[in-house]
Design a protein around this ligand. Structure first.
Ligand code: ADP
Ligand code: ZN
Length: 426
């Protein structure tokens, strides 16, 4: 679609959506009435800036079904987001919603090159989390054979990848690396397996992590982005260009805002990503603040798709740590750790407060080769520790107490990896 056609479609859908929530969700009707707005004020997609934002707190305050627009009889599936504090967010889907989700997921998989001849392992967790079932439906729609491996029992999974000739996988990037480690331990090398492509998401990752996964598993690693409040995985996906993720913007309309002033930012600038669902029936959201930080990429992609692309997520605005007054994102630490060949992509930030002063400890795991070569030479370890500390200092602008750890000693996660322990709030 040309940009004009897409904007026209989005405007038409937005008007319909606002009309729908106005009549079905008291929360939105009240908000619009407070702002003296009616659905007739929203005619084109540019009118979206008149609408109020929706936050995670709004979802929690209306737990469990307060923001649901469709009657209970139309809901055929319920998921809950993993939320670490307070009530989880409950999301109900109608049959049409599951259809849209499945098609969006199939678009992602098609862009990755998945087809009928592929055998595809879904290793996101199945259950309340949207990752497993969301990806699963898309694989079936494309016509590949889906292996619902889920997480857990990684050795068995590794053997299945080898024995069934599995060609594609969807999981978190950290689980992909864990899988690679497990394969090393049980003697399966990338020459024994047929993995060609992987759909990685559900947590932020970096270009160097991509290289590492591609190298160790012998596949092409693509980004897959989504969140349960908006749908689940399939909100955006990378194409063969691996240069930003195309947003399924006929269903999920993106904006970037300044998280402090809340004003909409021009194309290309970084800020907080906001989504409005344009077709959802179960639990539509209007200008939902994702807390994810990124930018929308101007210009058309070389692959030929005309949909707008988003950059990688560089952090969550609520992930941000404030240490001695300085904003610190775990992703900054990750970029330093991954730029040094001595380290595995495993790290943990431990923040504490001692005598009213914030302290930051960064634990990083050594790679096996490097550990074997140096573990009895304290001088080498000392030098490495100092080098890492000085790099961290220049990137973070605050000093960190660096602790080097033996391979395999930082706790692995099978779902989203946790990189921060903040003891100040405990
Ligand atoms: P929550 O983690 O808030 O309970 P979800 O389980 O739906 O909710 O996770 C959605 C969040 O996961 C996104 O808002 C984003 O922060 C993160 N996420 C998902 N996919 C990606 C990705 N490809 N890259 C970076 N972050 C991602
Ligand atoms: Zn593209």
């Amino acid at each position: 679609m040309s940009r004009d056609e897409m904007s026209a479609l989005q405007g038409k859908r937005l008007h319909k959506m606002v009309e729908y929530v106005y009549h079905h969700v008291p929360f939105y009707r009240n908000k619009l009435q407070e702002m003296d707005l009616t659905p007739d004020d929203i005619r084109t997609i540019d009118d979206i800036v008149k609408l109020p934002f929706t936050t995670k707190k709004d979802l929690r305050d209306n737990y469990p079904f307060g923001l649901q627009a469709a009657p209970a009889s139309e809901i055929i599936r319920i998921h809950a987001s993993s939320g670490t504090t307070g009530n989880p967010t409950i999301v109900g889907y109608t049959r049409k919603d599951i259809g849209v989700w499945t098609e969006c997921m199939a678009r992602c998989l098609t862009a990755y090159g998945v087809g009928r001849d592929d055998i595809f392992s879904v290793s996101y967790g199945y259950g309340l989390f949207t990752g497993g079932l969301g990806a699963h439906n898309g694989v079936e729609m494309v016509g590949a054979a889906v292996v619902p491996a889920s997480t857990g029992n990684t050795e068995k999974h590794a053997r299945l990848i080898r024995d069934l000739g599995i060609t594609g996988i969807a999981c978190t990037p950290s689980y992909a690396l864990y899988l690679a480690e497990t394969m090393d331990q049980i003697g399966i090398s990338k020459e024994h397996i047929k993995l060609r492509m992987g759909a990685f998401g559900a947590e932020p990752w970096t270009e160097s992590m991509r290289k590492e996964i591609e190298e160790r598993l012998g596949l092409k690693a693509y980004n897959l982005y989504g969140l349960s409040e908006v749908m689940g995985p399939s909100v955006s996906y990378e194409c063969a260009m691996q240069d930003g993720s195309h947003i399924n913007e006929d269903h999920f309309y993106p904006e970037i805002i300044n998280p402090v002033t809340l004003e909409k930012l021009p194309l290309g600038q970084s800020g907080e990503l906001v989504f409005t669902t344009l077709t959802k029936e179960g639990m539509p959201v209007i200008r939902y603040r994702t807390r994810d930080l990124c930018s929308l990429i101007p210009g058309q992609c070389e692959c030929g798709r005309t949909s707008v692309r988003m950059s990688r997520i560089t952090g969550r605005s609520d992930d941000m740590l404030i240490i001695r007054g300085i904003n610190v994102f775990p992703s900054q630490v990750e970029s330093v750790v991954l730029s040094m060949k001595e380290f595995a992509p495993r790290y943990m930030l431990i923040v504490d407060r001692v005598n009213n002063l914030d302290t930051l400890q960064v634990q990083v795991e050594l790679r096996q080769e490097y550990f074997t070569a140096t573990f009895d030479t304290p001088a080498a370890i000392d030098e490495l520790q100092k080098r890492l500390a000085s790099k961290l200092k220049s990137v973070l602008s605050i000093g960190a107490n660096v602790q080097l750890k033996a391979p395999g000693t930082i706790e692995r996660s099978q779902g989203k990896s946790a990189h921060v322990i903040d003891k100040r709030n405990q």
